[in-house]
Design a protein around this ligand. Structure first.
Ligand code: RET
Length: 263
């Protein structure tokens, strides 16, 4: 059955729990954009300004993502394959979430990497593996031919996620320590690791996976995680950068990634 965008829009709008999970994020992203603009306007040094722009892009991508979801543009109706708990039924799939994560999550990692003064190779690794995680997660959500292959892609996405976690937990802490940003990096890393682990759990429990949670509750779960992993994260980061611009400015590497020894 072909469902029109207007029908999806109506379905979302008539479900108060589902639509409120989206509108709350549009409002908070809008507020964050204005707040972050004000917080960073006095920054002058190159690295601090780069972190600022990176942090600003998080709510900017988010407001576009959630507007796409409420409009119905990036929400599809898919029929679950045999073997899935809702086999044969048509369910709403807000695939726009996974797509826009490919833009927002690299910004979060870039901001953390710049804060830790990480080298280019580890920045590139974390960001490309993260994008691969999101794209394969999108594939897992959209496959309707085989229940098994949905989980195969889920597994592939988890493997990419492990690489991201490795960089965050093993590689960057030492860089951050050396850069004098160890404490704030530790706080933001803990926030990121704990919250990001919630996303695959939610995927597995939601309609995409075992269907223990319905679409609206799953959407609230993602929205709640987003609020903490994006706006609260970026707020804490920008507040620290604004108060400690001198520390951030004294990068061992230039913004281009060369270490002083390379010069
Ligand atoms: C998916 C499902 C497949 C397995 C894994 C996932 C991980 C997703 C993560 C998302 C983080 C999103 C954030 C968005 C902020 O804009 C795709 C759910 C591992 C970690 C922080």
């Amino acid at each position: 059955m072909q469902t029109t965008q207007a029908e999806v829009f109506e379905t979302i709008a008539s479900d108060v729990v589902l639509s409120s999970s989206l509108w709350v994020n549009i409002a908070l992203a809008g507020f964050s954009i204005l707040l972050f603009l004000a917080m960073g306007r006095r920054l002058r040094t190159a690295r601090a300004r780069l972190i600022w722009v990176t942090a600003m892009l998080v709510p900017l991508v988010s407001i576009s993502s959630y507007a796409g979801l409420v409009s119905g543009l990036t929400v599809g109706v898919i029929q679950m394959p045999p073997g899935h708990p809702l086999a044969g039924q048509e369910v709403l799939s807000p695939w726009g979430r996974y797509l826009t994560w490919t833009l927002s999550t690299p910004m979060i990692l870039l901001a953390l990497g710049l804060l830790a003064d990480a080298d280019r190779a580890s920045l590139f690794t974390a960001i490309t593996m993260d994008i691969a995680m999101c794209v394969t997660g999108l594939a897992a959500a959209l496959i309707t031919s085989s229940y098994l292959l949905r989980w195969v892609f889920f597994g592939i996405s988890c493997a990419f996620f492990l690489v991201v976690l490795y960089v965050l937990l093993v590689e960057w802490p030492a860089d951050a320590e050396a850069a004098g940003t160890g404490e704030i990096f530790g706080t933001l890393r803990a926030l990121t690791v704990v919250l990001w682990l919630g996303y695959p759990v939610l995927w597995a429990l939601g309609v995409e996976g075992f269907a223990v949670l319905d679409v609206a509750i799953t959407s609230w779960g993602y929205s709640g995680l987003d609020i903490l992993a994006k706006y609260v994260f970026a707020f804490l980061l920008l507040r620290w950068v604004a108060a400690n611009e001198g520390t951030v400015a004294e990068s061992r590497r230039t913004v281009s990634g060369a270490t002083p020894a390379d010069d």
